[in-house]
Design a protein around this ligand. Sequence first.
Ligand SMILES: *[C@@H]1O[C@H](CO)[C@@H](O)[C@H](O)[C@H]1NC(C)=O
Ligand SMILES: *[C@@H]1O[C@H](CO)[C@@H](O)[C@H](O)[C@H]1NC(C)=O
Length: 298
Amino acid sequence: MNIISTLIFFSLCWPLAKCQTHCSEWGWFGQGCKYRCHCENNNCNDTSGQCLNNAKCARGWFGLTCQYQDLATILSATVTTNPRQTEDWLTDRNDDNCNRYSKLNSIGVAWNSPQRFSWLKIVFKHATNYASMNDISLTFTTSGGYDIQCQNKQSSFVDTNAMVTRCHQREEVTGLKITGAGVSSMCSLYISGGRNVALRQQTNQTSTYGKATSFKAVDGNTNNDFHGGSCSHTAVNSNIIPRWTLNFDYPVIVNRILIYNRWDSCCRDRLKNFNLKTFDERYQSVDDINNDNSELEV
Ligand SMILES: *[C@@H]1O[C@H](CO)[C@@H](O)[C@H](O)[C@H]1NC(C)=O
Ligand SMILES: *[C@@H]1O[C@H](CO)[C@@H](O)[C@H](O)[C@H]1NC(C)=O
């Protein structure tokens, strides 16, 4: 943004309580263009993020403006029904397309890599009674290979026919089985994989190697070939201990931190034996994690 457009931006926004910004950059929306569009065909209103022309969320995404990853429809997920029949009504992201088989008694989801579960949303047929919606059991298969029930289960109704259920699972899971009387009334299943709260937030680092600014780590591009130009890197011959920092626009609850190390032929061992700290609003330490000596693969 050059100086003239900055001035225009401020003079337009100053008198308004809530500024709405248009994003000229395709595929992003919202204030400061910090939100990634996840509608089908990237077809978003560049201000509000709503999907245009009745487009649905792209496969693998759900929720308000499609900001949450959907672990029920990511590529590594397989959904099955018992007795076996087609299950596309469940994962087509159309809440009006529902199960029609009255004997349906369970739904299974299996992932080919371990996932961290926090909550899911089930949409039922209209006029399903609360007792049936509540009669839903969740059993997880842990990556260790044994079954556990949903821990400290909390369910709430977010609509007359939708329920959100949270489980406090400590272990990563590779499978989920849904049973109970409510199963035969289901229309949609969404399993939250969270949203990326780091995206385009304010970052800094102690020094910068070439064009590899700190912001490249939160630009939404996970290409981990350094020469692709979307990785951050501090200067090589700096005599201070290198540090990369991120400040959120507003306080967030973080339950997973995913770091993509560079993975080209050179230097992946530079990101090892590091210290990761998080802080609250008063700058008190929340987590303090030491990476051991291993290189980070993700
Ligand atoms: C996009 O959203 C804004 C804000 O909600 C609204 O004023 C505008 O009419 C919408 N544009 C389109 C093309 O839907
Ligand atoms: C970013 O880091 C550099 C180097 O440590 C520092 O001089 C600068 O003040 C920092 N900028 C902000 C906005 O914190």
